[in-house]
Design a protein around this ligand. Structure first.
Ligand SMILES: CC(=O)[C@@H](O)[C@H](O)COP(=O)(O)O
Ligand SMILES: NCC(=O)COP(=O)(O)O
Length: 237
């Protein structure tokens, strides 16, 4: 079975848009776990445009499932993760001004750096995962960093699947087979959705975890909309 870790960045985006505490990020994290999600993911970015560093601390007593913190391992991020001690840290090479994560690591070019960072987190008993495109050479190199897992960056799959190109799964299956041979655990995420996640999970051997945020929160809005509109109409009768 593949675990679902719900990324709550978008709840923080909505909260920050008004400056108050609605929606309440911490309550959402508690409720999402009560509804059955097996993990909570956050991706604090240096500009704190959604998740604030304080949120990462406030979530500690409330995340009773797997706590996954994603981000670019700049010193500020490393210090945060070492202080919070989540279950897992996912290393993502996102540029400071990127609108969202848009590439996996070049694990050949950054091998020494990643090896050091991975070792530091593992010394602190934090599981590590490296965000990766499904590139066999890079996946082979990722194993040399000592990481426990990789997270397959699924945007390309999601984009092609939406166009009807199911063959877009092939590089991911090949990548997963190699990762399995190398003893790497496999996570996946980015633009996974109710439309494309089942096919992905069916085809990828030993997919341990998916982290889903943007589509899941959007779908929750759509699926809840009719109910809430009706509740308002009822109050206004
Ligand atoms: C690592 C990754 O794939 C991202 O999906 C990320 O966690 C989402 O970040 P944003 O919510 O800032 O787009
Ligand atoms: N690691 C991927 C993640 O946490 C969520 O990505 P998305 O569903 O917001 O694209």
């Amino acid at each position: 079975m593949t675990k679902l870790s719900v990324n709550i960045n978008k709840i923080a985006t909505l909260r920050n848009s008004r400056g108050g505490n609605t929606p309440d990020l911490l309550k959402v994290a508690v409720d999402v776990q009560e509804f059955g999600a097996q993990g909570i993911t956050i991706h604090p970015r240096p500009d704190e445009r959604h998740i604030r560093y304080k949120d990462a601390y406030d979530l500690v007593p409330l995340v009773v499932t797997e706590y996954n913190i994603e981000g670019n391992p700049i010193q500020q991020f490393i210090d945060l993760v070492l202080a919070v001690k989540p279950t897992q840290v996912t290393l993502v090479p996102d540029a400071i001004d990127a609108i969202t994560s848009n590439a996996g690591w070049d694990t050949i070019k950054n091998q020494e750096f990643l090896t050091e960072v991975v070792a530091e987190f593992k010394r602190n008993k934090i599981r590590t995962s490296i965000f990766m495109d499904p590139d066999l050479k890079l996946i082979e190199a990722s194993a040399k960093t000592g990481t426990d897992r990789i997270e397959l960056y699924t945007e390309a799959y999601a984009t092609e699947y939406a166009k009807g190109n199911k063959d877009a799964i092939i590089p991911y299956v090949d990548a997963a087979k190699l990762a399995n041979e190398l003893g790497l655990g496999i996570n996946a995420g980015h633009d996974l959705s109710l439309d494309n996640v089942e096919y992905f999970a069916d085809k990828i051997p030993n997919l341990l975890e998916v982290s889903i945020g943007h589509a899941l929160i959007s779908e929750a809005l759509y699926l809840g909309l009719e109910n809430v509109v009706k509740m308002y109409l009822h109050k206004l009768q």
